[in-house]
Ligand binder design. Structure first.
Ligand code: NAD
Length: 497
């Protein structure tokens, strides 16, 4: 059955577009206004098991795993070209599912095309190496081989980017896969499967099952025919995936949440620090795993910095994907909005001082969407709920420090370790602090940039394993990415007007 014949034939299993075995569907609605975006298949256990069987067959019996890495690389380059060609369609679909501004989805599509290009180019460039046995009568070599069948589970905040970070390296390596994107944002995963087919991916190598974590994700996590489960999402879900995978000792890759510190020293350039503090936390309304949600500011700068951040936060314009004047968008769902609001209420009850926000915006324009005002909570205490729990919303908490040691101690006082920023006018201090932060990515006088060729992944409970880069240094080392902006200045993502 073609997709055109049945709009809910949106599962892709063994090279065919099919509806869910039990015929269930799900409505996808835009978080900005509640409009119906699509009706897609809602898969379950039976669909997932069929997809796993197809991926297993394609790996064990097909020629994919032993295909030339150069051919797989070429396929990825073709996918990258299709993503560039169809950028407008992909970006629009991503914005309708997530509610994020179209311009942000367009940036994401550039990153996604770059990701496929990057893995297309490195496929086959490292075949392994010879090892000297010390004898002419023997040879010894290390060679890289695919892991096997991968179960991939991804979140809704950067739907296709998170998918790309898993699918592109898996194809480069010669793995087969079953992908389960977030049930809230399936549209671009559907478009990607079409692009992979157009680029020549053989039947069964890539499979797509839409549905919930409880019904589809749990099967991918526990099924004995899955060799690796690669999960990106929240810490609490990650723990469940890890526990489910333990029964069959499958390989597990986890990219989880963060409580990411943004350390601002008194000698930082003031305008730059204000500007990046806003972008760090309010980009995509805080629904970014690496969002700089914890502002950790040196005592003497505290009052001036926080006053200016509050002033600027109140000027941020909210709106839907296609509102020309919007600077950031809604939260993903009513349930998530409630979660963020509960987080703020609980933090305030614990003693945090609400400086701005803490509620939905007023006005007809926002009535149909899940909007929440940029929020600043001052005077939060180490170890408090506000500092320990991820809100995943537009909420900045403020802590204070005295000196360099104090800053490092506070910034590292979290069970997460995904990312962090340091703002200072002293380059040596910047490097010292970056070296001491127990976070996987550290930005100096900047926040958010990542590079496909650099490592991405969390220390501590922010993850297991690393995406992007070329990792592979073994389990006994962390790989930290330190990025330094050598010409810092305001970028005015939020105009301040
Ligand atoms: P989530 O954990 O609720 O869901 C993530 C995925 O897991 C979804 O596809 C969901 O359906 C699935 N899932 C839910 N329950 C499951 C179960 N029991 N078994 C298997 N799968 C299950 O996360 P979310 O709300 O979609 O995304 C937000 C979270 O993702 C935040 O915590 C954020 O920090 C994190 N995140 C991390 C990164 C990173 O690179 N470290 C990137 C993006 C998002």
């Amino acid at each position: 059955m073609s997709q055109a014949e049945n709009s809910a034939a949106t599962l892709f299993i063994d090279g065919e577009w099919v509806p869910a075995a039990d015929g269930r569907t799900r409505e996808i609605r835009c978080p900005a206004d509640g409009e119906l975006v699509a009706t897609v298949a809602e898969g379950g256990r039976a669909d997932t098991e069929r997809a796993i069987a197809a991926a297993r067959r394609a790996f064990d019996e097909g020629s994919w795993a032993t295909s030339s890495p150069w051919e797989r690389g070429d396929l990825l380059l073709r996918v990258s070209d299709i993503l560039v060609r169809d950028k407008a369609e992909f970006a629009r679909a991503e914005s309708l599912d997530t509610g994020k501004r179209l311009v942000e989805s367009e940036f994401d599509m550039d990153d996604i095309a770059a990701c496929f290009r990057y893995f297309g180019k490195i496929a086959g460039t490292d075949a392994g190496h010879l090892v000297d046995t010390g004898s002419r009568d023997s040879i010894s070599r290390v060679q890289y081989e695919p892991v096997g069948v991968c179960g991939m589970i991804t979140p809704w905040n950067y739907p296709l980017l998170q998918v790309a970070w898993k699918v592109a390296p898996a194809i480069a390596a010669g793995d087969t896969f079953v992908l389960k994107p977030s049930e809230l944002t399936p549209s671009t995963a559907i478009l990607l499967m079409r692009a992979l087919t157009e680029a020549g991916l053989p039947a069964g190598v890539g499979n797509l099952v839409l549905g919930t974590g409880a019904e589809v994700g749990s099967v991918l996590s526990e099924h004995p025919d899955i060799d690796l489960v690669s999960f990106t999402g929240g810490l609490h879900t990650g723990r469940k995936v890890s526990a489910a995978a333990a029964a069959t000792v499958k390989k597990v890759a986890l990219e989880l949440g963060g409580k990411n510190p943004n350390v601002v020293f008194a000698d930082a350039d003031f305008e730059t620090a204000v500007d990046y503090a806003l972008t760090a936390v309010f980009l995509h309304s805080g629904q970014v795993c690496s969002a700089g949600t914890r502002l950790i500011v040196q005592d003497e700068l505290h009052d001036a910095l926080v006053d200016e951040i509050v002033r600027r936060a109140e000027l941020i314009r909210l709106g839907g994907p296609f509102d020309a004047d919007a600077e950031t968008g809604p939260l993903i769902s009513a349930a998530h909005l409630q979660k963020v609001d509960d987080y703020v209420a609980k933090s305030v009850a614990e003693g945090a001082v609400l400086r701005t926000g803490g509620r939905r915006p007023e006005g007809e324009r926002y009535a149909g969407g899940h909007y929440y005002l940029p929020t600043v909570l001052d005077n939060v205490q180490q170890g408090s709920y506000a500092v320990v729990e991820e809100s995943f919303g537009p909420v900045l908490t403020v802590e204070r420090f005295t000196d360099e040691d104090d800053a490092v101690r506070i910034a590292n006082d979290t069970h997460y370790g995904l990312a962090g920023g340091v703002f200072t006018g002293d380059p040596a201090k910047a490097q010292r602090v970056a070296n001491r932060l127990r976070h996987g990515t550290v930005w100096i006088n900047d926040f958010h940039p990542y590079l496909p060729q650099a490592e991405w992944g969390g220390y501590k409970q922010s993850g297991i394993g690393r995406e992007l880069g070329r990792a592979g240094l073994g389990e006994y080392q962390e790989a930290k990415h330190v990025f330094q902006n050598l010409r810092p200045g305001p970028q005015n993502w939020f105009s301040g007007k």
